[in-house]
Design a protein around this ligand. Structure first.
Ligand code: MF3
Ligand code: CO
Ligand code: CO
Length: 269
């Protein structure tokens, strides 16, 4: 791979070339396809490690590599975050029960390009308050995506998300953020899901990054459990997250991780 192509901005953000979008679309679509497929397995009685085993198998079968297995010692092909788990839930023997809501986050590497996406699922029946949380979190991601265009700033993205979430009397997690990606998993900038309009680095055509807001029904504070991965809400309130990988174009952005089956939105079923 030729690291001399493209350039790096003064904020340390890589600018990719027009031909690089194809690789990101392929990787992103593959990750999204796996999230489409796993939807059929989510139901009361299934364990999170069974869901992860399916994901790990499909990553391999589709000719990709898991970006998370071996990443900082992480051992799984997905993060599965149930109810008050904010992110980085470790798949295990936990059995899903009726009414549980969960985020499944998958990152794959295809031909050297990273595709990173997550979305929400429900085991069994969805409560009204969980439905509202999931809808607001989903819509918050798209408020952020709609703010993406050359000349806007990363603060504009954060502001769009935060103002929408808080208008709905929910809170934005501050302790985790989106990130640049491309031929690497995590690169500058930190994509904050809160902030002031006009603040932060200016967006340019050719930037690739994720937007992945985490929204809590209660307070925004989190803590990481002794396993050093699982992040939970301090007040035990329900939390939700959606994540897309995007690339900035001349007029706005392209979403790399669109669902091939149209299953991204929580009401698809
Ligand atoms: N996919 C997560 C993200 O959105 C990162 C998971 S890292 C892991 O950035 F090691 F926890 F898997
Ligand atoms: Co990410
Ligand atoms: Co992710």
């Amino acid at each position: 791979m030729d690291e001399t192509r493209g350039r790096i901005t003064r904020d340390g953000i890589r600018i990719y070339e027009a031909e690089d979008f194809a690789g990101m679309h392929a990787a992103g679509k593959l990750a999204a396809q796996i999230l489409d497929e796993v939807a059929d397995l989510v139901e009361p009685g299934v364990t999170t490690e069974a869901l992860d085993a399916f994901i790990e198998r499909r990553v391999t079968e589709l000719g990709a590599i898991s970006a998370t297995i071996g990443y900082k010692g992480y051992k799984h092909a997905s993060c599965i975050s149930v109810n008050h788990v904010v992110c980085h839930g470790i798949p295990g023997s936990k059995v899903l029960k009726d009414g549980d809501i969960l985020n499944i986050d998958v990152t794959v590497i295809l031909d050297g390009w990273f595709g990173d996406t997550s979305r929400m699922y429900v085991a069994g029946a969805l409560s009204r308050k969980a439905e509202r949380l999931i809808q607001v979190t989903h819509d918050a991601l798209f408020k952020g995506i709609e703010a993406v265009r050359p000349g806007a700033t990363f603060g504009d993205i954060g502001h769009a998300i935060q103002s929408f979430v808080e208008a709905n009397r929910m809170s934005v997690v501050r302790d985790f953020c989106g990130h640049g990606l491309g031929r690497v998993f995590h690169a500058p900038p930190n994509v904050l899901h809160y902030g002031r309009a006009g603040s932060g680095p200016v967006l340019e055509e050719g930037m690739f990054f994720t937007i992945e807001p985490m929204v809590n029904l209660g307070r925004p504070e989190t803590k990481v459990l002794p396993d050093d991965w699982t992040a939970v809400t301090r007040d035990k309130s329900l939390s939700a997250q959606f994540e897309h990988s995007v690339g900035v174009t001349a007029t706005g952005c392209e979403i790399f991780t669109l669902s091939p089956a149209g299953r991204f939105h929580p009401t698809w079923r």
